[in-house]
Design a protein around this ligand. Structure first.
Ligand code: SAM
Ligand code: SF4
Length: 327
């Protein structure tokens, strides 16, 4: 079992299988994209499977496949077919939904536990402005197919001043009409530009205020330990609502996660800079035991929360894109 020095059991890994993306969400990367990692620097699928096997031996039970856009990586389905045979208890995927639809029947057959679909607006023009691509129709088709195939689905919407606050209630209405969980995310400064960014003006309180005034009967529900999202029910809704205080970092106390970036950096906190490179260890012929020890040691030194991790960055302010970390 992986336990950090704050007594938290780490049993969840988020693996970013690529840093590449076909959208250009302005809060994640600049219009011209980011400097993608050279292909040979990316973890190979073989290396990823090895990392997962080592981690499951250490007690990791849950995997989230993310990116970049995971479905942009060639042969992703072959990789998923391999990892479903591992001892992992749960596999989840986060996707922008533009390339996902054709794989949904097989994802269902493979037992993928849930899909997080990023969707920041239901309005074509606003979607286009935010993602710099005119692909809302593809994401909505993916959402329909996920619901038809009864794959538990969460919609993630980053809430941004002047961009999509008028979508807060229409998005909530999706949860009224469909069995889907809508979660509002605070914007973080991981936008890949290096520009000074002081974080969100739409924090969890302000988002909740909008929901509460529209739905006075909204009620807070219990969430499992380790959850990043609060959960709310509204009478008559098929699905639920939630808020992810990603910038306010209210959920760090029960954090159960580590991350593996596309080039193999282990990040024990979203806000740290990466603690060691697992790809380099593998390519230097380290044994599974040596790699497992390095993971356990990194976990032991996991920062107590995102503020402490950010402080440890010293003179390296946040400038990287979420697509190079894995959301
Ligand atoms: N491309 C996939 C997608 O968009 O779902 C997976 C990777 S994306 C980096 C994962 C999640 O991170 C998305 O829900 C996205 O909205 C979120 N994200 C990216 N940049 C963010 C930022 N600066 N602040 C808050 N959330 C962000
Ligand atoms: Fe791509 Fe996801 Fe980043 Fe948008 S949030 S640019 S879809 S990686």
């Amino acid at each position: 079992m992986l336990v950090d020095s704050h007594g938290r059991n780490i049993n969840y890994v988020r693996l970013a299988v690529t840093d590449r993306c076909n959208l250009r969400c302005f809060y994640c990367m600049p219009e011209e994209g980011i400097d993608y990692v050279a292909r040979q620097e990316l973890l190979t699928y073989e290396e990823m499977v090895r990392v997962i096997n080592i981690m499951t031996d250490l007690g990791i039970e849950k995997l989230r496949i993310t990116g970049g856009e995971p479905f942009l990586r060639k042969d992703l389905m072959d990789f998923i077919r391999q990892v479903v045979r591992s001892p992992l208890k749960e596999i989840h995927i986060t996707t922008n939904g533009t390339l996902t639809k054709e794989f949904i029947p097989e994802l269902k057959d493979l037992g993928i536990k849930s899909i997080n679909l990023s969707l920041d607006s239901l309005d074509r023009e606003r979607f286009k402005t935010i993602t710099r691509r005119d692909e809302l129709h593809k994401v909505l088709d993916t959402l329909d197919s996920l619901l038809t195939h009864e794959i538990p689905t969460k919609i993630n919407m980053v809430v941004m001043e002047g961009r999509n606050t008028e979508d807060i209630i229409p998005m909530a209405n999706l949860a009224a009409e469909k069995l889907v969980d809508v979660r509002y995310i605070e914007e973080m400064p991981f936008n890949g530009t290096g520009a000074e960014n002081s974080g969100t003006t739409w924090d969890f309180r302000k988002i909740y205020g909008v929901l509460q005034s529209e739905y006075p009967d909204i009620r807070k529900e219990q969430v499992p330990s380790g959850a990043t999202s609060t959960k709310y029910s509204v009478p008559g809704f098929q699905g639920s609502l939630g808020i992810i205080a990603a910038y306010s970092r209210t959920f760090c106390g029960t954090c159960n996660r580590i991350r593996v970036t596309p080039k193999g950096m282990i990040r024990t906190c979203l806000y740290d800079q990466g603690v060691f490179n697992i790809r380099d260890l593998m390519r230097q012929n380290a044994s599974d035991k040596q790699i497992g020890d390095a993971i356990a040691d990194a976990v032991k030194h996991k920062a107590v929360d995102g503020f402490a991790a950010e402080k440890q960055r010293g003179s390296f302010p946040i400038s990287e894109s979420m697509s190079t970390i894995g959301g």
